[in-house]
Structures are given as structure tokens and as C-alpha cells.
Design a binder for this molecule. Structure first.
Ligand SMILES: NC(=O)c1ccc[n+]([C@@H]2O[C@H](COP(=O)([O-])OP(=O)(O)OC[C@H]3O[C@@H](n4cnc5c(N)ncnc54)[C@H](OP(=O)(O)O)[C@@H]3O)[C@@H](O)[C@H]2O)c1
Length: 338
């Protein structure tokens, strides 16, 4: 069985380019006892992968040079010599960017293809959904009538954060990078206001107009100047969930902004960074509640699916160009086809 792989050839400086990746085709070895042959169906591209492409110390180890990139993948078991799985089963795992791969089963979770579309396990029912749910509910602790601002609002995490905040009775203001996205947030997802940061010259003024009662919760997916504008509008006892800083991921030097500490002090505000895995004990509850909301039509879900394994690097770059509304994914193969 031949597999295609995408390896990290060099560590990006600034925005990653095709030069940083290498495509390789090779023959997989025969399947040994205790192993599974997996066919990748959907491969997730996520902003955190940019951090793993650098060798800076972080909460997760860097990718090794000349090894395949790895991340969230939904895969079909094509052949099994493993007693827990049979051909035709579908699994979720942290797997290499390969069309086919061999696994010993460790770290794989079986998926029920009848529960939801398989791709949802990389989005609303997977890591981004858990991030939105846990960060908003356990750091933000939203209460009815409060104002929630979410940056990166039209992405995988942001769309879910805003909708859960609406379900909790909050006023929700989203920040995103195009008029199509802001219109989508308001008309499709029920956000109260949405601001296009790319065409707004004074973010502070625009936010003040959108948040007449100030900001109680800020769910930060992007950082940088957008966040600087939000901090100035915080209310007493505001909560800031620092989820992501995508505006800084390609920065080659760290930009400085206003000092936030005096604001936190005067407003008695909480600012808390988190990694979704901190909330692993909450995942069963989150998965049940998110599934129920999706089934009841209370949560809308959008995916931006790019077709074809070879498009993985471009789909990844698309995250930094704002090409996606909702969860950015690559479809590699269909379920139960060869
Ligand atoms: N803490 C955790 O455990 C955890 C877990 C998952 C994700 N995250 C973080 O959460 C954030 C969102 O992740 P996601 O998977 O939902 O990605 P996403 O929002 O679906 O995709 C990234 C989006 O970020 C926006 N963006 C890109 N560059 C930007 C910039 N310079 N300034 C402002 N916005 C920019 C783009 O939208 P626009 O068109 O609006 O610019 C793009 O669509 C990321 O920062 C990610 O690292 C953290």
C-alpha cells in the first residue's frame, strides 16, 4: 500500500510557505499483529500547528524536521490486526498528514458514524467545540444580560462561543475579518453586533458603540491590537478567556501594546489563559450538551472543506488569510470507498 505524506522540511520564519513542506510517497510495510491500517478521511488544520512548526518551548513538543506533520484526523480502518477494531470502523486520532497510516491503536477513539457527520468530530464535537464550551462556561461564566465579545468570531471556536453565549442569554458582539463574515454572524448565528476589524479605523469606538453596557466577558482568539481595544471597555469583575493569539503566531518580533495590568486591577478583572486539555474531565458533559444543541437546531455549524490531500498546506495557510468561515478541514477520501 502506497501512502503520501507531508513532512516539515524547514521551520517557517513569519508566514509559512510551500517551501516549508515536502511531499513524499512511500510504500507502507506489511501490517503486523496488533496494528491497524488507516485511511485518512478528514484532516484538520488548526492554528496551534503554527506553534509546533517553530522550535520554541511550548505546551506541546515541536514537530520534528523531515517528519510528517501530525494533527486531528478522522480515519477509516481499512485492515485490522488489532483486537479492538475491525475493517470499516471509523476512528479519531492525532495522526500524521498521510493518506494512509499504520497505528497501534493508542490514542485512537472510535467514532459512531450515525451520531453526526464524521467531520464534526474535528470541529464542533471535537477539540474546537470543547475549547469554546469549556473556555466560555468555566472561565467566562456567562450570566444572562451580560455582554460577551469574541474575536476570531467567524472561525471554528468563535462561532460556537458566540452561539453558546446567546443560549445563555448574553448580548454577543463578534469581531471578524470580512463583511461576509460579519453578516453571517448576525443573520445566521444571531449575534447582536459584529465588527469587521479590517475596515474599521477605530476599533475602540466601534466596540463602544456595539457594547453600550461595557464588556463583561472577552473570549480572545486573536490578541494584538484587537484585544487592546477590548480591554479599555471592560466592566468591573470582567472575565477574559485567553484562548488564542493568532494575530501574533507569525510575528518575528513581539509587538508591545498598552499595559493591561492597571485595567485588570481597577476593574478587578480576571484574565486567564487556558489549553483545552486542562478541561478534559468536562469533555463528556461538553460533548453531550453540544450534540444535543446541534440536534435541536440550537447551534448552527459551518465548515470550510477544501478537497484533496495535496491542498493541506494551502488550507493551513488559509487560516492566517482568513479564508475560512467555520471549521477549516481537508477532505482526503470518502468513507467506505477505496
Ligand atoms: N487554548 C486552546 O486550547 C485552543 C484550542 C483551539 C484553538 N485555540 C486558538 O483559538 C483561535 C481560533 O482557533 P480556530 O481553530 O477556531 O481557528 P479559526 O478561527 O477557525 O481560524 C483562524 C481565523 O483567525 C483569523 N485571523 C487570522 N489571522 C488573524 C489576525 N492577524 N488578526 C485577527 N484575526 C486573524 C481569521 O479570521 P478573520 O477573517 O476574522 O481574520 C481566521 O479565519 C486560534 O488562536 C487558536 O490558536 C486555542
Amino acid at each position: 500500500m502506497k501512502t503520501k505524506s507531508i513532512l516539515l522540511k524547514s521551520r517557517p520564519q513569519g508566514m509559512p510557505t510551500e517551501e516549508n513542506f515536502e511531499f513524499k510517497e512511500e510504500e507502507l510495510p506489511d501490517l503486523q499483529e496488533g496494528l491497524l491500517l488507516l485511511k485518512s478521511l478528514y484532516i484538520s488544520v488548526d492554528p496551534y500547528m503554527r506553534g509546533r512548526m517553530s522550535d520554541a518551548k511550548s505546551y506541546v513538543a515541536p514537530y520534528s524536521l523531515n517528519e510528517p506533520i501530525a494533527g486531528g484526523v478522522v480515519a477509516e480502518v481499512v485492515e485490522s490486526r488489532h483486537d479492538r477494531y475491525k475493517a470499516g470502523d471509523v476512528v479519531l486520532g492525532n495522526l500524521p498528514w498521510q493518506t494512509y497510516s499504520i497505528s497501534d491503536g493508542r490514542g485512537l477513539s472510535p467514532l459512531d458514524p450515525n451520531l453526526a457527520p464524521l467531520s464534526y468530530h474535528l470541529g464542533i464535537l471535537g477539540m474546537p467545540g470543547m475549547t469554546a464550551y469549556c473556555g466560555l462556561l468555566y472561565i467566562g461564566e456567562p450570566k444572562e444580560g451580560e455582554t460577551v465579545v469574541v474575536s476570531g468570531a467567524a472561525g471554528a471556536v468563535g462561532t460556537v462561543v458566540g452561539q453558546i453565549a446567546k443560549l445563555k442569554g448574553c448580548r454577543v458582539v463578534g469581531i471578524a475579518g470580512s463583511d461576509e463574515k460579519t453578516a453571517y454572524l448576525k443573520t445566521e448565528l444571531g449575534f447582536d453586533e459584529a465588527i469587521n476589524y479590517k475596515t474599521t479605523s477605530n476599533m475602540r469606538e466601534a466596540l463602544a458603540a456595539a457594547c453600550p453596557n461595557g464588556v463583561d466577558i472577552y473570549f480572545d482568539n486573536v490578541g494584538g491590537e484587537i484585544s487592546d481595544a477590548v480591554y479599555s471597555l471592560l466592566n468591573n469583575f470582567a472575565r477574559i478567556a485567553v484562548c488564542g493569539q493568532i494575530a501574533l503566531y507569525n510575528a518575528t518580533s513581539v509587538p508591545t501594546g498598552p499595559r493591561v495590568e492597571p485595567i485588570l486591577l481597577k476593574k478587578k478583572a480576571l484574565m486567564k489563559g487556558f489549553i483545552v486539555s486542562d478541561y478534559a474531565t468536562r469533555f463528556p458533559e461538553a460533548a453531550t450538551e453540544l450534540t444535543n444543541w446541534v440536534k435541536a437546531g440550537k447551534l448552527q455549524y459551518e465548515e470550510h472543506i477544501v478537497e484533496g490531500f495535496d491542498q493541506l498546506p494551502q488550507a493551513f495557510f488559509g487560516l492566517f488569510r482568513g479564508e475560512n468561515t467555520g471549521k477549516q478541514l481537508v477532505r482526503v477520501a470518502d468513507y467506505k470507498t477505496n
